[in-house]
Design a binder for this molecule. Structure first.
Ligand code: DWN
Length: 390
């Protein structure tokens, strides 16, 4: 399936940047062997993750709470007396900081210099690196095998998936666990959240695909748990084959995926049609609102919104600006569509008639704190699971 020419999801540009914008052809495919949904081609990792990476995990209070709960759950599973915990793609340390605070030996790994700096400021032992078997060997030389390897919204970003599966297997102690969570393909197909498809998301996983990929490295899933985060995610718990008993949740989701026909090409043909219908409905709604002379502003300059805006052809003629709390995005414009990004205070200073909730995965948190927008007569527009005015 092709989404056409696409800029980088996090490729926010300075207003006066006149250089040619990098774009690639965003096409997806499903692997006939392991049924992994994936990008056909992708920009190089260094183009996406670098010293000015625009996303900081700690911008959401609800996500902070989510990662505290994640920590508490993992901690209950640790039986070793002196465990060693590693997080791949630790970003600013939103998860691993809890292990650090509790005196647990830990190591965070992330390739983006600016978020590594933040993690170090947060007291986390961090190395600036992409994860690979080479990194795993380097860690083994300097430290030891790890009892817990964690990752959140990271594994789907790494194209060399077979290499990292081997690296994790090599690094994980005999009774160790590898726990990670990612946006779930089942949710993408059910809610038509095609905005989860962008350069950084090389893969969108299912329980089937994770099972197949990690089997090759001697690891197996013993538990899966559906999560509310990022519009619907899955947390996968893996261990060395045979070291844990497989829990009911694994069979439950494998069956559910069979029922959803997630390994059938027809499912993806229907998905393609649904994406096209969604696009026309969304564009139509915004054009009609603008014809009435009403103001539309965006809320949350997410990476996901790059796909929505470019695929639907929504630009600064329809959306005045996007309000966002991330300082590094301020004064910049959205990739490919040049919509200005402004600090959040500009949203509340002069409420628009409509606000599109691009950060819909944070809807509860945002709507709670933006009650005054509704009191001012403003209305939210959402496009998940359907295009509608709330
Ligand atoms: O996998 C990824 C996920 C974890 O994070 C990365 N590839 C990049 C990023 O994706 P995203 O940009 O789609 O993530 P979010 O969490 O949906 O981004 C939310 C955006 O909204 C941020 O720019 C912060 C902003 N925001 C805001 O302005 N006010 C967020 C909240 C909660 C708020 O109240």
């Amino acid at each position: 399936m092709s989404f056409g020419s696409m800029p980088l999801g996090n490729g926010f540009r300075h207003n006066d940047d006149k250089s040619e914008e990098f774009c690639y052809l965003m096409e997806t495919a499903v692997c006939s062997e392991c049924s992994t949904f994936q990008l056909v081609d992708q920009p190089s990792p260094n183009q996406m993750f670098h010293g000015e990476y625009a996303f900081f995990s700690g911008t959401s209070e609800r996500m902070k709470q989510h990662f505290l709960e994640f920590y508490n759950q993992v901690k209950k599973e640790i039986s070793q007396t002196d465990p060693f915990v590693i997080e791949i793609g630790c970003n600013d340390g939103i998860l691993i900081k809890h292990f650090a605070k509790n005196g647990i030996q830990h190591l965070g790994i992330d390739p983006s210099a600016n978020v590594v700096k933040r993690a170090k400021e947060n007291g986390i032992n961090t190395i600036e690196s992409f994860f690979s078997t080479k990194t795993a060997n380097h860690i083994l030389e300097k430290y030891r095998k790890s009892d817990v390897i964690l990752a959140a919204n990271v594994i789907c970003h790494i194209p060399t998936i077979n290499d990292i599966a081997l690296g994790i297997s090599h690094l994980l102690s005999k009774n160790g666990i590898f726990v990670f969570e990612e946006p779930y393909l089942g949710d993408v197909l059910e809610k038509i959240t095609y905005d989860q498809i962008y350069d950084e998301h090389t893969f969108l996983f299912s329980v089937h695909s994770i099972s197949e990929i990690f089997k090759r490295a001697g690891l197996e899933i013993f538990r899966v748990e559906h999560q509310w985060t990022h519009g619907g995610s899955m947390r996968y718990w893996l261990s060395h084959k045979g070291s844990r008993s497989i829990e009911e949740s694994v069979g439950y989701f494998l069956n559910k995926e069979d029922q959803l026909a997630m390994n059938k090409i027809e499912t993806y043909k229907t998905f393609k049609k649904s994406c096209e219908n969604h696009k026309y409905k969304f564009l139509d709604l915004l054009q009609n609102i603008r014809k009435e002379g009403k103001r539309i502003v965006g809320y949350g300059a997410t990476s996901k919104s790059t796909t929505i805006l470019n695929y639907c052809g929504i630009g600064n003629d329809l959306i005045e600006f996007i309000a966002d709390t991330t300082p590094i995005k301020h004064g910049k414009v959205t990739p490919g569509t040049a919509i200005p990004i402004r600090p959040h205070k500009e949203f509340s200073m002069d409420y628009p008639d409509y606000a599109i909730l691009f950060a819909y995965n944070h809807a509860t948190e945002i709507m709670n704190k933006e009650e005054d927008f509704i009191k001012s007569g403003g209305k939210w527009i959402t496009y998940v699971p359907e295009v509608q005015i709330l």
